[in-house]
Design a protein around this ligand. Structure first.
Ligand SMILES: [Zn+2]
Length: 81
């Protein structure tokens, strides 16, 4: 497992772990996932772990294929059930 970076690759600022709402778009639908991200205190750059990136990709694929059973629909938005 690669360790979470603590320096921003963009500006070299300090990166802290935070829960953030990540908007994922796939097809015509949008999901909002609460994920843990590294957020740069200086420039606001968000960094995601590989596992989180994979989860986001999976959600994107699910939205595109229309199989959103594990996501709760709120209007035109899917959130994890
Ligand atoms: Zn930065």
């Amino acid at each position: 497992m690669k360790r979470f970076v603590s320096k921003c690759p963009i500006c070299g600022g300090e990166v802290v772990k935070k829960k953030v709402d990540k908007v994922v778009r796939g097809g015509h639908d949008v999901a909002i996932l609460e994920v843990e991200a590294g957020v740069c205190l200086k420039c606001g750059e968000r960094l995601y772990t590989k596992a989180t990136q994979e989860e986001l990709q999976k959600t994107r694929d699910r939205l595109r294929s229309g199989s959103t059973k594990t996501l709760k629909r709120v209007g035109n938005t899917y959130i994890p059930a």
